[in-house]
Design a binder for this molecule. Structure first.
Ligand SMILES: [Zn+2]
Length: 344
């Protein structure tokens, strides 16, 4: 894969920040990443164990590739992937807490007094997030899990079709099928090319198989890493946004007085992300879009960006006066991840 764990530790914002909140937020996402990765790999392992070998072989013998693919219990994979939610919930909750602390100085003292009584301390937790926003997070998560499942399914279909064309024996199909489960179509094709490149008659078949299995494992681990990093960055940013939206809904944060600012963070290896570099420092209403139609960080798989809340600058203050309801925020969240769905 393109990245390794080390690079996560040397990621920097492309401009100096006056505070270290982004560091705290990134640390929260990074800490949740290994558990998320593990849950993904467990989900794949479970599906590999649950195959109905007889049904698959029978369908393959009939030449019914669609039936082979349909014999795999994909809904079980979706269910297993939902297990990633426990670690992601933790990330959201922690980011929420950090974010509420950051925003506290900006909260309206008069509103605080009304809501909490004189001298009361602010205690808003992720459990206070409105149902609309919670539902939107759940729907987005569901959509991403469906996308991961669909891509996995497409890779298996591609592999079966290739095996059929090549006259694969049903008995050797099953182990190859198991190894394919979890890969993307692009990765499946890469594995096939790798096999073709080493299977040149100079090595015994068992050795070729072993080398391919090793390669596949590496590729699968890479996908698990990418999904874990993207999901935890998403959860971190969702948790942070949920805190702002919750405070707005409760009348504590003035949606007209504050807006979001994009903080682009790129690893210091020269591999800069053009999308995010151009978004750095751009601003958006709390419930609105950044220039270019971006609804918020992350902007793409493996995006490491985050956002922060800032006072609206006088010049941009005019025109951003609409009241944002929980439902509108939820609808924004629904749209937030469309770009991520196809890519992992
Ligand atoms: Zn980014």
């Amino acid at each position: 894969m393109r990245y390794n764990g080390l690079e996560l530790k040397i990621a920097l914002p492309i401009r100096q920040q006056p505070d270290d909140v982004w560091q705290q937020l990134l640390a929260i996402a990074e800490k949740g990443s290994p558990a998320t990765k593990e849950k993904f790999l467990e989900a794949i392992a479970e599906l590999r164990d649950d195959l109905d070998v007889q049904a698959i072989e029978a369908a393959f013998n009939r030449g019914d590739i669609a039936a082979v693919v349909d014999a795999i219990p994909w809904d079980d994979l979706k269910d297993a992937l939902h297990a990633m939610e426990s670690s992601l919930d933790e990330v959201r909750t922690k980011a929420f807490d950090v974010s509420v602390g950051t925003v506290e100085p900006y909260l309206d003292p008069a509103q605080l007094a009304i809501h909490l009584g004189e001298g009361a301390t602010l205690s808003v937790s992720f459990h206070h997030v409105s149902k609309d926003v919670q539902d939107a997070i759940a729907r987005n998560t569901g959509a991403r899990i469906t996308a991961v499942t669909d891509e996995t399914r497409a890779a298996v279909k591609q592999m079966i079709a290739r095996a059929y064309d090549e006259g694969e024996h049903p008995r050797s199909l099953i182990p190859k099928l198991k190894q394919t489960i979890g890969l993307t179509t692009r990765q499946e094709a890469a594995v096939a090319r790798y096999r073709a490149s080493i299977d040149d008659g100079t090595r015994p078949a068992e050795r070729v198989d072993r080398m391919v299995v090793r390669y596949q494992k590496k590729v699968l681990t890479g996908r698990a890493d990418l999904i874990a990093r993207t999901e935890t960055m998403q959860a971190m940013n969702d948790g942070q946004r949920a805190s702002w939206w919750t405070l707005v809904e409760r009348g504590l944060l003035d949606v007209n007085g504050f807006e979001r600012e994009w903080i682009a963070i790129v690893p210091t290896d020269g591999r800069t992300c053009l999308i995010c570099e151009s978004l750095d420092g751009e601003r958006a209403p709390i419930g609105g879009e950044f220039p270019g139609g971006y609804l918020g960080a992350p902007a793409h798989p493996d995006c490491r960006c985050t956002e922060k809340i800032v006072p609206v600058e006088e010049k941009s203050r005019a025109g951003s006066g609409s009241l944002v309801t929980g439902l509108e925020l939820a609808l924004q969240m629904d749209r937030l991840l469309t770009a991520l769905r196809a890519a992992v």
